[in-house]
Design a protein around this ligand. Structure first.
Ligand code: LRH
Ligand code: MN
Ligand code: MN
Length: 396
């Protein structure tokens, strides 16, 4: 029997080790197709994005990696641009994490990238991914994240099965370029930018391609990429069973792919997801599951928005860690529905903020990273320093 005190201590230990990767694109201006509201002081290049991300790590101690999007964050410089970015990250106390390939902003890809009927376009898209692998060699990154924007808008527009065959071939070419310690993490999304079919719309399609590719291919679950009402924690449990959950893109949604702050719209869902993670022993740093944010901040400040999201993920995790799993197992096996549900809700209803403050303070971090950052003067400083040049938009 574990005591509440033991559970609390185990939670403290696990929380001290938890890390959450940040997306470089969260620090630039973002908006909707109607309007992008500019925010003073946002980064003008990948170096400034990394400096902002480092602020999140400095205040939370939980965000030591920054994910890059290529070509948005490509520093093309004859004498080692990406190496300079790596050195800058190290100076700021963070490292480069996942590399995301971008095949959604090029005219050639109107009818598809890795699935395009034209072999020359497919070649170009495969080459872009192989170039991303070179970027990974320069940055020390181990994960290539592929989110495929390909799909069709009209029934009959293209042959669904031919597109799958072309996708499998293109992915196999990219997979053959991996080093032994690299992985492809393959993201799915049920709609957008196309609306009739997406070529990787769901976790089943992603998983089938990963299984065909080999052990270095894993599924990415972006919490915003499901139909309303989807039971995401079930997908988490299933992918963990199959040993193929590679990474998360955390964000919140109300309607579409809203990319709001993680844990803002539905903190209970985030708890249920983290509960499956803890149940599946996938929180360990060596579990192979990379926890990442994938959000944009349209109307709020970006660095504190990221800090708030990291704190939200930590709160959901802390609650999941406090579940009395022995009592829960007993209640489940004996068919005591209400007791089992009650045990889960007890953990969810716990105010874990004092526990997290304690974890932070014991590591020399501010008890409230959000307040500490707001009081640091950083935003005023970048607003006055970052004048001239072009502000980074969503992406570039
Ligand atoms: C697609 C997506 C994917 C991209 C990111 C910018 O909607 O979630 O992960 O790389 O947004
Ligand atoms: Mn995503
Ligand atoms: Mn998305």
């Amino acid at each position: 029997m574990t005591t509440p005190e033991q559970r609390r201590q185990d939670a403290v230990d696990a929380l001290a080790q938890q890390t959450i990767e940040l997306p470089s694109w969260a620090f630039g201006n973002a908006g909707t197709r109607f309007k992008v509201f500019p925010t003073a002081g946002v980064p003008r290049d990948p170096f400034e994005k990394i400096s902002d991300a480092a602020q999140v790590h400095r205040h939370t101690g939980a965000a030591p990696r920054v994910s890059l999007h290529i070509p948005w964050d490509l520093v093309d410089d004859a004498d080692g641009g990406m190496e300079k970015l790596v050195a800058h990250a190290a100076d700021e106390g963070v490292a480069i994490g996942t590399i995301n390939s971008n095949v959604f902003q090029d005219d050639d890809y109107k009818l598809g990238s890795l699935t395009n009927a034209d072999p020359a376009v497919r070649r170009k898209a495969v080459q872009h991914h192989l170039r991303c692998l070179d970027v990974m060699r320069a940055t020390g990154s181990k994960d290539l994240k592929i989110w495929l924007p390909d799909g069709t808008n009209y029934p009959g527009q293209d042959d669904i099965r031919d597109r799958q065959d072309r996708l499998a071939e293109s992915l196999a070419e990219i997979y053959a370029g991996l080093d032994p310690d690299m992985r492809i993490v393959l993201e799915y999304k049920f709609f957008e930018p196309y609306f009739y079919t997406m070529d990787i719309p769901d976790w089943g399609t992603s998983l089938l391609h990963c299984l065909a590719l080999g052990e270095q291919a894993m599924v990415v679950l972006d919490t915003g990429h499901h139909a309303p009402g989807t039971n995401i924690e079930f997908i988490v449990a299933q992918l963990l069973r199959a040993g193929r959950l590679g990474a998360f893109d955390f964000n919140s949604r109300f309607y579409g792919d809203d990319d709001l702050m993680a844990g803002a719209a539905d903190p209970f869902q985030l708890f249920r997801i983290m509960n499956e993670i803890v149940r599946g022993d996938a929180l360990r740093p060596d579990s192979g599951v990379n926890f990442m944010l994938d959000q944009c901040h349209n109307v709020e400040e970006k660095v504190p928005g990221q800090i708030r999201s990291v704190m939200n993920v930590q709160e959901a995790t802390a609650k999941a860690l406090l579940v009395d799993r022995e009592a829960l197992g007993e209640a489940q096996r004996s068919g005591d529905v209400l007791a089992a549900n009650g045990l889960l809700m007890d953990a969810y209803s716990t105010d874990v903020r004092p526990l997290l403050a304690e974890v932070r303070e014991s590591r020399g971090l501010p008890a409230d990273p959000y307040r500490a950052f707001m009081a640091s003067g950083y935003l005023d400083r970048v607003r006055s320093e970052r004048v001239g040049g072009t502000q980074a938009g969503w992406g570039a």
